[in-house]
Design a protein around this ligand. Structure first.
Ligand code: SF4
Ligand code: SF4
Length: 107
């Protein structure tokens, strides 16, 4: 004689909704945490030749050229830390670092 396996009780709609809501909350918390990360972009002015490549490659329009023809940080809060500016600078004149909480933004 073979024993019949008991079927798992099916979840009700409200239970499914609860699980989905929990997952959504967890996801939102993770997103919020990721969004809170801040990055510092630093230029080595002596090495910069003002070519504007870093500005052109920034996907978030964080950087802009100023009236002196130098790159500057126009919208620091938008930086996502992708480091495209650092990677694309032909003169190694940019550095991107994640900011520690106590650091103040410098442009
Ligand atoms: S790290 Fe990315 S988002 Fe931030 S300034 Fe550089 S290119 Fe722009
Ligand atoms: S890519 Fe480098 S050299 Fe060109 S403007 Fe930006 S920091 Fe200066």
């Amino acid at each position: 004689m073979t024993a019949k396996r008991k079927a798992k009780p099916k979840k009700t709609k409200s239970e499914k909704d609860k699980i989905a809501k929990k997952a959504e909350v967890k996801d939102n918390k993770a997103k919020t945490k990721a969004q809170k990360k801040q990055f510092a972009v630093e230029f080595y002015r002596d090495w910069c030749k003002g070519c504007g490549i870093c500005v052109a490659f920034c996907p978030e329009d964080v950087l802009a050229m100023n009236e002196k023809g130098e790159p500057e940080i126009a919208k620091p809060e938008r930086c996502i830390g992708c480091a495209w500016c650092e990677i694309r600078c032909p003169d190694f004149a940019v550095r991107v670092e994640e900011k520690k909480e106590e650091e103040v933004c410098e442009a």
